[in-house]
Design a protein around this ligand. Sequence first.
Ligand SMILES: Nc1ncnc2c1ncn2[C@@H]1O[C@H](COP(=O)(O)OP(=O)(O)O)[C@@H](O)[C@H]1O
Ligand SMILES: [Mg+2]
Length: 1050
Amino acid sequence: MPGENVQVAVRVRPFNQREKNANSKCILKMDRGSTTITNPHTGENKTFTFDHSYWSHDGFVEKDSVLIPDSANSIYADQRMVFNQLGRQVLDNAWEGYNSTLFAYGQTGSGKSYSMLGYGANKGIVPIACGELFKAIDGADKSNGKQMQVTFSMLEIYNENVRDLLASNKGSTHGGLKVRQDRNQSFYVPDLRNLPCENYGAIERLMKEGAINRTTASTNMNATSSRSHMVITIKFKQVFNNASGESTTKTSEINLVDLAGSERAKSTGATGDRLKEGSAINVSLLTLGSVIEALAENNPKKTVPYRESVLTKLLKSALGGNSKTVMIAALSPADINFEETLSTLRYADRAKKIQNKAVINLSPTEKLIQDLKSENARLLQLLAQHGTGASVNKDASQGFPSSADLELLIAQNERQMKETMMTWDQKLEEAKKEWQLEHVSASDKMFLEHPYFQNVNEDPQLSGVIKKCILEGVTVVGKCTSIQQSKKACIALRGLGIQEHHANIICNKNRIIAEPLKSNDVFINGSKITTRTALKHGDRIKMGSNSLFLFIGFPNERKKESAQELTSKCDYAFFQNELAASLGINYEFKTKQKDNSQASLARAYNDYVMLMPEVAQVNAISQELQKNITFQIFVLNLASHDSAGQEKEKEVAVKVVQNITQQVWIWSKAKFINRNYLIEELYQAFLDDPKHVDSLAKEDDPFWDPVEDIYIGCSHVWLHSLAYRMPLEDQIVILSHSGVEEGQMQVTISPCTPNGVVQGDDVMILDPNQLLGGRLDIFIQIHQCVGLQWIKQNNTRGILIKFKFYNERYGHQTRMVWHVVNPRMNFQKHIAIDCVDQDFLDYLHTNAIVMEVWGLQGGRQSISNITLDDGVIRASSPAITVSPPSTAASNSSTELEALERELEIARNNIEKLSEEKKELKELCRVLTKENTNLKSRGKTEKKGKNGVVPGNDIQAELGRALKRHFVDVRPVQNQLQNLARNDVPPEPRRSNNGLVNKDSYNDLRRYAETCQSEIGKISSGLDGAVKTLKESVAASVRAKKNESKVNGTR
Ligand SMILES: Nc1ncnc2c1ncn2[C@@H]1O[C@H](COP(=O)(O)OP(=O)(O)O)[C@@H](O)[C@H]1O
Ligand SMILES: [Mg+2]
């Protein structure tokens, strides 16, 4: 029988709010079955073809909350259309007795759940299919005693553990449910609840219960749903008498799989972390990729790695087996998701090559029971062979089951036999009884009459699934392990950072008040509250590190804005933006045009908001594990690092502080994300066994890192005066990444002779072009740092300074100095530019040396083999050979090594030098001769007032003017740079009711005034400097004119 390929559909969703805010561009186009993606960086197109390409990006309107095409020409694919083309065939297959599988693949937020489950009135394939199935059952001909039975199960795979989503009250099974292989070699989960359903309502209830269990999952951690796979299985059984009157059973299994976000399938790569990447890599998803790849290759010699993950075991028959399979690849339209979307398209492209061989599952009912019986007999015999005490604990899947395993298998078989023989009506009756026992909870009517809390989850699919009524009196919020027993009204939370008795919610007639207990974290509308605070309809509440709720007030308060309107407005992103805003982090595009700096700011803002809950989570875990480590997000301003001061890039990073030793680490975003996964894993292990944390070696501890040097800030030493061979001496502010003053630094940069003798103003030139083609020697001195905050805060610390000049690869560094707030650096370095070219001149005109100050901390490991530059800037085609110049005075051991290396090079060059010396001597002889000639000529010319040649006098004057100009302009340049750093306006202060208080407006006004006055200073500084320069030049020109008049009249 020929196989049948996996059918593949792709679907693109509309922009979400965040993408709209960032002015995202759509990078996908669809034309019938083909989908084209455009690389936003290069404009390159790539086209794929699939069985279906669904355009759900635009061209729709909302009617009675349902999204439908906005016109007859619209190509918008709505939920109905997707169901008709994909879901309907799954149902048809089920009637015929084929197994079907439908799975959704794509990155988090791409629309997997929307297609599979749907939202509100926009029902997805699963609910529509279930509804249609029961409609068909109701309408089917049952005249010949035909029976149709539907059962439903729902499981989640998280971290390779299987959890039954319909078994909340059965206690969580340590390590999850077991996956076993049956006699037909297919995998299944024996202990999974498989509940009979008599109508669509029953399925709806179960799906709701599954969602609640998924939300309150035992892990308590953020974003677990994006890392877990959900598998819904509907078993459809038809029992009827065949033509010869024999009872026959036709079965079909429908698997509906909502996969974890595809971004979890691969390594993020460049974290640069010493620890391996954490559960960023989802084993099941990664293996699914390998299985698909192996199947697409269709090489009979290659084994397909089904056994390597739980998911692929369970999907074995869906992939390359007895199933008709459909894959929906969900796509994000936005340019920022290009890489992930392209990778999803490639994945889908491979999947379409997979071939399955589905068969109709039809057999006499009696045979099914017979099979089970004979299987049981075989197992019993095996067990007897084992004998008592002779249990061999081998893997069941390898065909060597242990006694315990055999006993389990027998018990399961017996249960299955009992089930097969039990009448359907009996099963339904049992399920109903159980349901009533478990669900005596609040009816929906209560929520119409009383105020309530409603959960908000990062996964929109899991928002609003938990509702807690607030009744008259005091409701306790917290872990409530002991309170629950005392039967007080309580809202039991299991989130991180939630205390046993966290807060009270007090309902007094028609007033609701929130009361935080001790200093527990309770935030209302983004701000932490410390005293009793009244709650209003629509308030956003955060407790602990990330337990979020929307407060729905009394019925009369809901008239202005209904609970439904609030729910769709106040999603997870809304909460996070509000929390960020209350920290003074705010971002909005002012214009439609997006330039690079805006894009970078938008990225940094998104990263900030994304990391916020994760940082709150690690802080809570750190506290619970008593790690004494605090995490804090901040924005790096890369402008401060750029030698031209023009870089607008911004980046977020996380500052990690050991509270006792005050040691500091800076983690990049990628490193933080990786560590966050590892910390979550560690916490999970701690919950399973608290001793695990104690026995952890420090090298394996995701909280631990060796002490490292911390970038504190830098000073910009502008170089343009060097283009005039003029020395510069300055005391410059050391500014941190966020523009805070960290201290000051005294620096001198002077021209010098090739032997390193510092030269003064006398070698100044008026036209920088004179430098072109010649050699330039400069001498850099860092004398002292003053007022170092880093040391003031903790005097066990030290610093060193690093910098690079022009195109140097390694740069230079000073010695290390410890414990001193105003340390003498005593650093000097002679740098020689062998042949000045235009590029180098441009560099001098527009760039600064960025002197980076690095903080040293106790426990620092000494780093040997530091490579430093030798101080020669070589032109691409050197005009002359330049020996390495004299080296800096230094007393640190690493620098000693560098010195030795330089000495070595120096020795090698001595020979060359003595050669040059000879040539130079000759040159000198010639020059002296010429000079004498010139002097004798000069004596015959008329001398100026001071005995100086008039031309030289003017030159000196102009030189002085220029020098003064540079001195005038330097502070202006620093001020300008400061302003360009976009320092942040003051945080709004809020009163208890969460409103911005009046003082805040005054803060802002003062801030605006400061900015204004700073700009004023800059502009008057600049005016002054230019005016002085103009006057000096004019004076010189006048002097020159007078001079020539005098000369002319004479
Ligand atoms: N085809 C679509 N039409 C309209 N909205 C969609 C569509 N697909 C996804 N969305 C919206 O995008 C958001 C993320 O979709 P979701 O299905 O939850 O993503 P995933 O399950 O892949 O993480 C949801 O708010 C959802 O309503
Ligand atoms: Mg989802």
